[in-house]
Design a protein around this ligand. Structure first.
Ligand SMILES: NC(=O)c1ccc[n+]([C@@H]2O[C@H](COP(=O)([O-])OP(=O)(O)OC[C@H]3O[C@@H](n4cnc5c(N)ncnc54)[C@H](OP(=O)(O)O)[C@@H]3O)[C@@H](O)[C@H]2O)c1
Length: 359
């Protein structure tokens, strides 16, 4: 048991946030986890989070505190026993990554103190850069999860399968932004790595998550870009193909969609040595294996397609725009990715203009 309590707050109490928060709240071990909610605040404040999980069964998670806003959480992790400004140990961002819509690095600024580590559990690449720019001396943990979770009603989270989470420090925005610049900051990387080890330990030892992995900085970016192969191929294509699920696309009659999906993944795969300075390690599932395993993933519909159908904002910039720009900054063109970015970006723009015209 630690002498001093560890206070953790999640910004974004959706599917991923509530699931991982529920595995991180252990008052008997002095680890206290709170949530900042938005549309589901009333439900969470009244009854906590109802979890229906494939891995851990059904249970209720009662957070240490539920806040209706960042401003409320900035006052104190525990307004009753510890009044006054009290910095959080971990601020874990689990909003959708929508840098073209909101500046979430600015949003969390009131929560960041001298002992805070920022953790980003989001899809896409380049998500860390705005945080590093705004908080040059704060350790950042970049995190990639393979989980399937959804909020089925306000405050009720269903985890359908998987729990995998990779953590790694992120020290230097320049090295992954394509803008060139200084080497990573060794001290920040060490502090980030230590913070990642501690957080991983809470999830694994206290929270029972079996597949927590902590990597070094470049190792984590490799995991990010590998996941991007899947997300960048399937998510935008599902929308552009007219609303098709993953298995449906790889089994398409004409076979052209399957060629396209493999082509997107291969494009990222081949560009890795020039983007991250090293190829994907042997043993990682390659495009052919991913396509093959997707044949069995019947019924799965990518989150971007669900967001498109619901008229929500898409994670277009972190899934397509950032990779295209980061690669271009390294002198590498990703033409298949660029084509999807241009087409889907245009479709989003047209729809938004139509929506505004109807108001
Ligand atoms: N779900 C999965 O299975 C899965 C798997 C792997 C990776 N991911 C990635 O994980 C990230 C989170 O995804 P998710 O599925 O958990 O999304 P989600 O269910 O939509 O949750 C996002 C939450 O953030 C909240 N939020 C957004 N802006 C906020 C603000 N300013 N203040 C307070 N709360 C705010 C939203 O509140 P509102 O309800 O008010 O909008 C929502 O509750 C994404 O990058 C996603 O791609 C998801």
């Amino acid at each position: 048991m630690r002498d001093s309590p560890v206070h953790i707050v999640f910004v974004g109490a959706g599917a991923v946030g509530c699931f991982y928060a529920s595995r991180l709240h252990h008052p008997t071990h002095n680890v206290y986890t709170s949530l900042i909610a938005r549309s589901n605040y009333s439900a969470l404040a009244a009854s906590g989070v109802t979890l229906q999980t494939h891995t851990f069964g059904d249970y209720t998670f009662t957070p240490h505190a539920v806040f209706p806003s960042v401003a409320a959480a900035a006052v104190s992790p525990n307004p009753i026993s510890a009044p006054g400004p009290c910095p959080w140990d971990y601020v874990i961002v689990t909003t959708k990554a929508l840098p073209d819509l909101t500046d979430d690095a600015a949003l969390i600024a009131p929560l960041i103190g001298p002992r805070t580590t920022i953790v980003l559990i989001q899809n896409g690449v380049g998500v860390e850069a705005p945080y590093r720019a705004r908080f040059p001396h704060t350790p950042i943990i970049s995190a990639v999860t393979v989980v399937s979770a959804e909020q089925t009603s306000p405050g009720t989270i269903r985890q359908n399968r998987w729990t995998r989470i990779h953590l790694g420090p992120y020290s230097n925005s320049a090295s992954f932004s394509g803008s060139g610049g200084a080497d990573g900051d060794a001290e920040l990387e060490t502090r980030g790595r230590d913070a990642a080890e501690r957080l991983g330990d809470y999830w694994a030892r206290l929270g029972g998550i079996r597949d927590v992995e902590v990597s070094d900085e470049i190792g984590l970016q490799i995991v990010r870009w590998h996941k991007l192969c899947i997300n960048a191929a399937f998510n935008p294509s599902a929308v552009l193909a007219g609303g098709r699920g993953n298995a449906e696309m790889v089994s398409d009659d004409k076979g052209e969609l399957r060629v396209h999906l493999a082509g997107v993944m291969r494009e990222i795969w081949d560009a890795m040595p020039r983007i991250l300075g090293r190829p994907f390690p042997e043993g990682l599932a390659g495009p052919d294996k991913i396509i093959k395993s997707t044949e069995r993933n019947v019924g799965s519909r990518p989150s971007m397609l669900l967001d498109w159908e619901a008229g929500r904002h898409l994670e277009l910039e972190v899934i397509l725009g950032n990779p295209v720009r980061i690669a271009r900054g390294r002198g590498v063109e990703l033409p298949r990715m660029q084509a999807m970015y241009a087409l889907l970006g245009s479709a989003v723009g047209v729809r938004e203009r139509e929506r505004k015209a109807k108001l």
